[in-house]
Design a protein around this ligand. Structure first.
Ligand code: GLC
Length: 567
């Protein structure tokens, strides 16, 4: 008899988002039908069958809207138009219709914290006088100093350098400053202005009317700034809240006056009211907030349905740390009636197949890539751990996010030459912070088909694939027992079969140690050996194993996860 106490209850009728496996497509790098080296919607539509085979429930698309692409599309100049590099609005309709026939839901990325500087609202603001209604769409302020030559406060851009830029007024003289928490091409919107909320009501409705199933909301924690825009008392260009986790909520709100301000919840509730006018839609917040009780406030019943669990993604690869974050997530989200989400990779971080092969002392800060001069990660160990960590994650109740390419075990392209790098972080810090391009390289589909391994038929690629991408090509893994692709398919199939996303979960103490964890979910026993010595497995039908190199039958090796059906 295993020793356990349930933390969740089985709830097969749970709404789809509570248990969905959501696959992130980064449109520039998924598949390129027109061969210009940048992925596009037609390319994605052609490959939708492969995602259906994988067994995912939904796709979240990083932005494909009209954009000067200064931050890979997170700088939007028209929220209702598909950027020509990705195709047309009709291409999107075709994609959506095909996804629906395959039973795949579609989530689009909404960026309400900032626009592109090329957006008509910002252009109108520049052409209007200080104090005008047009300027009030953004945060324009006079500078400090005798001639306004100093920025209005000490805030720093997440991408490096000051968070303010000064404009030249219509009369040719240097004038006001505008706020941009990210690149200078991404001015922050002023959510104190009720017109902004009206504009976003319409934008949300536009996509909901088209039939999308929901939104991922970018920088959801930054939309509302503290009144008066006071100086930050703690700042760091990539703060991401983590260093202030030990402050009280009120202290944190004051220390970092642009993250997690109380007023943001009104904006969220308004989004929620719009989305609730439609059936069965959901939205997920990119709110980089810590600790969990603070993040859980974002998913109260009238706010977001989900929020990304970045503490889980950034957790150390260690049994105790993972047990704590999983328990806290289930308990804290549960207190407000939400289910947890889980994620190991996305377009802003180092791919976990590489990250888990980096010695802890060499791990870069979140948002920074691996510098080509950093010690080389242990890629074989990283992949082995990534498979174990993914299998651990996909057995948990709640919704899991996957990032394109992780189903191939794709490593980070961390040795990209500087001349290819496009992340604004790289330019804004003169290459000091290498940025996120290494996780954004186009996918290899067919080994040797072209120089880009079948990403398109021309071999062009906006970021070149490293030589080692060839062996990860999808065609080399399709149908191959033990490949990472087949492992993901198996995990998703069994997860669905046992309804693990909405399952009854509890830790099982019998297999817990300093280096291993075990839990049971709907009759499936999951055991992960994180870097420890061999563990003897209990009896039961082996449903999944992340390694096929078991040396002794019934032994769980280091960095390996198994799923067993209890008899
Ligand atoms: C979010 C996105 C990131 C982008 C930033 C600014 O963090 O995930 O890619 O650079 O917002 O929009």
């Amino acid at each position: 008899m295993l020793n356990h106490e349930f933390l969740t209850v089985n709830n097969p009728s749970a709404e789809w988002w509570r248990k969905a496996v959501i696959y992130q497509v980064y449109p520039r790098s998924f598949a390129d039908a027109d061969g210009d080296g940048i992925g596009d919607l037609k390319g994605i539509t052609e490959k939708l069958g492969s995602l259906s085979d994988l067994g995912i429930d939904a796709i979240w698309f990083s932005p494909f809207f009209k954009s000067p692409q200064k931050d890979a599309g997170y700088d939007i100049s028209d929220y209702r138009l598909i950027d020509p590099i990705f195709g047309t609005n009709e291409d999107f309709d075709v994609l959506l219709a095909k996804a629906k026939t395959l039973g795949i839901r579609i989530i689009v990325d909404i960026v309400p914290n900032h626009t592109s500087d090329q957006h008509a609202w910002f252009q109108a603001a520049l052409a209007s006088a200080p104090g005008s209604a047009e300027r009030d769409y953004y945060h324009f302020r006079d500078g400090k100093g005798e001639n306004g030559e100093l920025p209005p406060n000490n805030w720093q851009s997440i991408f490096g350098g000051p968070a303010w830029s000064r404009i030249t007024e219509a009369n040719g003289e240097l004038g006001q400053w505008y706020l941009h928490l990210f690149d200078s091409s991404q001015p922050d919107l002023n959510w104190e202005n009720p017109k902004i909320a009206d504009e976003f009501d319409d934008i949300l409705r536009f996509w909901l009317d088209k039939g999308v199933d929901g939104f991922r909301v970018d920088v959801a924690h930054g939309m509302v700034k503290r009144a008066g825009l006071p100086d930050a008392t703690i700042y760091d260009e990539n703060l991401r809240e983590r260093p202030i986790s030990n402050l009280t909520m009120a202290e944190a709100e004051e220390a970092v006056p642009y993250w997690g301000q109380p007023g943001v919840h009104d904006a969220i509730r308004r989004f929620r009211r719009i989305i609730d006018e439609y059936d069965d839609r959901a939205m997920c917040a990119e709110a980089s907030m810590s600790p969990l009780p603070r993040l859980a406030m974002w998913v109260r019943p009238d706010e977001y349905h989900q929020s990304f669990n970045f503490d889980y993604m950034h957790s150390k690869y260690e049994a105790a740390a993972i047990k704590k974050i999983v328990t806290d997530s289930i308990v804290e989200y549960g207190k407000v009636g939400a289910s947890s989400t889980w994620v190991l990779s996305n377009h802003d971080g180092i791919r976990h197949a590489t990250r888990l092969g980096i010695a802890p002392e060499n791990t870069p800060r979140p948002g920074d890539g691996i510098h080509p001069s950093d010690p080389a990660p242990d890629e074989a160990l990283g992949l082995r751990r990534a498979r174990a960590a993914t299998a651990f994650m996909l057995g948990l109740p709640g919704s899991s996010y996957l990032y394109q390419g992780e189903e191939l075990g794709l490593p980070e392209a961390w040795q990209l030459e500087g001349k290819y790098r496009q992340d604004p972080t790289y330019a804004r810090t003169n290459g000091d912070r290498i940025g996120r391009d290494g996780c954004r390289v186009p996918l290899p589909w067919v080994a040797d088909a072209t120089e880009s391994n079948g990403f398109n038929s021309t071999g062009k690629s906006w970021l070149p694939q490293p030589a080692n991408y060839r062996v990860f090509a999808r065609n080399l893994q399709e149908g191959v027992v033990g490949s990472t692709l087949e492992l993901y398919k198996r995990l998703l199939k069994v997860r669905k079969q046992f309804d693990l996303g909405a399952g009854a979960f509890s830790w099982v103490d019998d297999y817990d140690s300093e280096t291993s964890l075990s839990y049971i979910n709907n009759g499936v026993l999951v055991i992960t050996n994180f870097s420890g010595g061999p563990i003897a497995m209990p009896a039961g039908e082996l449903l999944v194993t992340t390694q096929h190199d078991l040396t002794v039958e019934g032994i769980l090796e280091h960095d390996q996860t198994v799923w067993l059906k209890l008899s």
